[in-house]
Each structure stands twice: as C-alpha cells, then as structure tokens.
Design a binder for this molecule. Structure first.
Ligand code: ATP
Length: 232
C-alpha cells in the first residue's frame, strides 16, 4: 500500500535520509529500527509531507510525492509524531474532534465512539483537560486523535518513549487490534525489542541508510542486531 523508492531527505547540507526504499502492506506491521539520529523521524515526516524529500512515495498505486500533507491525510495516511502532541488546555473530547475537522457531526460522533471503545480510559476522562493526564494517557490520546482521520496507513513515531512497561504493553495490544482492522502500520522505535516482537517485517536504519531488512524474527536473531540494539 505504501512504497518508498530512493527517498532522500536533506536539511541544507545535512543528508538525514539517503535513498531508502521500503514498503508497507495492508494489515502489516513494519518496524523501523535505529539509534537516535538514524533518520527514522525524517523518513516518517517525508511520508506525510512534513519534510521535503526527493525520490518516490507511492500510496495505493499513486505517486503522492508532490501532494500536500493535507491531501495525504485525506488520502489515508496519518502520523502520530514523537512526543505526544496533544492540546493541553483542551479536553480529551475536543482533542479527538480536532482530528476530523472535515467530517459531518454524526460521522464525527461515531468516530469518537469508536475511539472510546478502543481506549476506554479516554471515555472515562473525556471532559478532562488533556494536559492534566498521565504521559501514557496523553500518548493514547495522541494516537486516537491521529486515528480519527481514518487512515489506511498509520505511522507511529516512538509511541512508547518514556512510558511505563504496563503502558508499553497496552500500546502493543492496540497495534495488534489495528492490524486486525487491516491498517498498515509503520512503527519507529528505539525500543527495538518491542518493535521486533510486534512487527512482521523490519528495516534497520543507520546514518540515513537502510542497512538490513527482512522478517522481524530474522532481524531479531541477527547477532549484529542483537549486539547493537537488543542489549545481548
Ligand atoms: P530520533 O529518534 O532522535 O528522532 P531519528 O532516527 O528519528 O532519531 P532524525 O530525527 O530523522 O533521526 O534525524 C536524522 C538526522 O537529521 C540527524 O542527524 C539529525 O540531527 C538531523 N536533523 C533532523 N531534523 C533536522 C532539522 N530540522 N534540521 C537539521 N538537521 C536535522
């Protein structure tokens, strides 16, 4: 469903992503593993049109590399960026509603209901100010808000960063539910253990390039990967 070919991202003279190619299919979880600064976030931003890139980005068979980020969201690509960007002064419900500005009220209400089923905790806290919730709850809200745009491809940048193990488990469960809905998931994680356990396939990024790719189990069994990313 999503196909990158020779995608590069430059920030002035800095080449953050160097001609990478990767694919994500419907109902597939794909992990993007790599150290801090390897280029994962830049790749993700480029896919949604928030970082200028060269090379080709195809979605559902169409080249989208010249389209606006608004258009890409409309087409069905959503990004949950690193760092839980919720609107702290707004309620949980208002945050969710902001994820779907272009829809009818009844459709919006149905989507909010769907998110409350997926994240029961958010229903309990629907009138609470987002900024007063725990880090884990804010992350759930950030994910739910991105899902309000009804994506076919969902890109998650470091969803578990700084969260307690129990919340990490809840996010992992959520990803499995999303896969069952036939969403394609691209997951960037410094928590390589969790990402490789969840994912069907994985790409390993180092200094802007993909240095390894394959089924997650194969990547996780690779001694060099174990040493570099899994702490063996
Ligand atoms: P992290 O997990 O820390 O976000 P990452 O793998 O996502 O790391 P990127 O954030 O994509 O990596 O960064 C890749 C490279 O691009 C790094 O060298 C970084 O310093 C550089 N970089 C990222 N954003 C910018 C920017 N806006 N301007 C200049 N350089 C940038």
């Amino acid at each position: 469903m999503l196909e990158l070919e020779k995608l590069s991202v430059n920030y002035g003279p800095v080449r953050a992503v160097n001609e990478i190619s990767l694919t994500v299919g419907a109902g597939e979880i794909v992990a993007l593993v790599g150290a801090n600064g390897a280029g994962k976030s830049s790749t993700m931003k480029a896919i949604v049109g928030l970082a200028e890139a060269t090379g080709s980005i195809r979605f559902d068979g169409k080249d989208i590399s010249e389209t606006s980020s608004t258009q890409r969201v409309g087409d069905g690509i959503a990004l949950s960026p690193e760092g839980r960007h919720v609107f702290a002064q707004m309620s949980v419900l208002e945050n969710l509603q902001l994820g779907t500005v272009a829809r009818t009220q009844s459709r919006q209400a149905a989507l909010v209901e769907e998110m409350f089923e997926l994240f029961p905790r958010l229903r309990e806290r629907s009138t609470q100010r987002a900024g007063s919730m725990s880090g884990g709850e804010q992350q759930m809200l950030a994910i739910a808000r991105a899902l309000m745009s009804e994506p076919k491809i969902f890109i998650l940048d470091e969803p578990t960063l700084g969260l307690a193990p129990i919340i990490v488990d809840q996010i992992a469960e959520l990803l499995v539910k999303l896969r069952q809905r036939k969403l394609g998931l691209l997951l960037a994680e410094q928590n390589a253990e969790m990402a490789l356990e969840m994912a069907d396939r994985a790409y390993v990024m180092e200094t802007g390039a993909i240095v390894k790719e394959g089924p997650s189990a194969t990547i996780a069994a690779d001694p060099a990967i174990q040493k570099a990313y899994l702490g063996f």
